[in-house]
Design a protein around this ligand. Structure first.
Ligand code: AHG
Ligand code: MN
Ligand code: MN
Length: 336
């Protein structure tokens, strides 16, 4: 086992610095920023693992910008990430699912280089039933210069194709951190004893023949003919058949899809006509990662990473996973 071998283990900090050497323009600043996120992940997982013992379960007495009741863990995770990143000195703007407007971070004159958008706690509905939840993040370089003047709007509203890095943490049976900087997808497992994320799998590729579909079929009445045709095919002998898996935490469903293959879908529904998932801090980071692992991510018509956002919290339908599966769903949707 590499990570117990003192000659071979690689921590995420070592890995990030190695990645830096591939980015001629990057400096140690990026590693310093990412280490703020790994610190936040360690702090959040520590409270998630004690959820039943400390007062962190259940709803907070507040709603987020989407009108959703915030869970105590949403609020806690949001505060931890804000604090860990704002103190890095090189983050200019933060955008969080839990905060209505982007947060402009006061930094010494012009030193704020990065924008970080995040879903601090994904899968809130699963917190109280001890099912995997996670954190998702997306990192851009600013497009404006000097002091941030428009509340961070221009720097935040960039298409996913301009992400510098993206990643997620799954607080599951173990705590796994996955990230990409555009040079492959790399998986790390937290060693609770040392508090270090240790490299477990480098250059992960999404399996091409995973026979798993993942969708909330309770919404099937509003899926339309194409998606239902795909589901009928997947359940048929001709397809294998597939098996169905739906955790209800996107971060865990997408992680399973990355590791086992198949497809995860959150189509537009009657309740969420533009889709439920948010483009900037759910779909875009996951799309960057899955594309880097050889998969596809679309909104049913367009590549997720090509979408030009108009607001921080906009939603999108999402079809993400192995190339053949996403292509098949899109072809059937196109036939109508
Ligand atoms: P969040 O907890 O950040 O609001 O995200 C929840 C999302 C996503 O994680 C999951 O895939 C989806 O909600 C599940 O929605 P349904 O319960 O409607 O299936
Ligand atoms: Mn979420
Ligand atoms: Mn969330």
């Amino acid at each position: 086992m590499r990570y117990t071998d003192p000659e071979k283990f690689i921590t995420i900090q070592q890995h990030i610095i190695e990645q830096q050497t591939k980015h001629p323009t990057a400096s140690g600043e990026f590693s310093w920023l990412l280490s703020g996120l790994t610190l936040a992940a360690c702090l959040i997982q520590a409270i998630v693992r004690r959820a039943g013992l400390v007062d962190i379960l259940g709803g907070a007495d507040s709603e987020n910008v989407h009108g959703e009741l915030q869970q105590k863990l949403d609020v806690y995770a949001n505060k931890v990430i804000e604090r860990c990143l704002a103190s890095r000195g090189n983050v200019a703007v933060l955008g969080s699912e839990e905060i209505p407007e982007p947060i402009v971070v006061p930094t010494p004159e012009g030193s704020g280089r990065y924008v970080v958008l995040f879903d601090p706690l994904d899968g809130s509905g699963n917190i109280d039933v001890n099912v995997a939840v996670g954190t998702i993040f997306s990192i851009y370089e600013r497009v404006t210069h000097g002091p941030v003047t428009d509340g961070g709007r221009k720097d935040v509203l960039q298409p996913g194709s301009r992400q510098l890095a993206a990643g997620y943490v799954v607080y599951g049976s173990s705590t796994v951190l996955v990230y990409t900087t555009g040079h492959g997808v790399h998986l790390f497992t937290l060693d609770p004893a040392s508090g270090s994320f240790m490299l477990a799998n480098e250059h992960a590729r999404i399996p091409e023949n995973g026979k798993i579909y993942s969708v909330n079929e309770a919404n099937a009445d509003s899926f339309g003919a194409g998606i239902n045709a795909y589901l009928d095919w997947a359940k048929s002998k001709a397809a294998g058949p597939y098996t169905s898996r739906y955790i209800g935490s996107m971060v865990a469903d997408v992680h399973r899809t990355l590791v086992k293959g198949g497809v995860f879908m959150y189509p537009a529904t009657a309740k969420s006509p533009k889709g439920k998932l948010r483009l900037m801090y759910e779909a875009n980071p996951m799309a960057f990662i899955v594309e880097q692992a050889g998969g596809l991510a679309t909104d049913g018509k367009n590549r997720i990473l090509d979408k030009q956002p108009t607001e921080l919290h906009e939603r999108t339908p999402l079809f993400i996973g192995a190339k053949d599966d996403v292509t098949r769903v899109m072809e059937l949707m196109a036939r109508g």
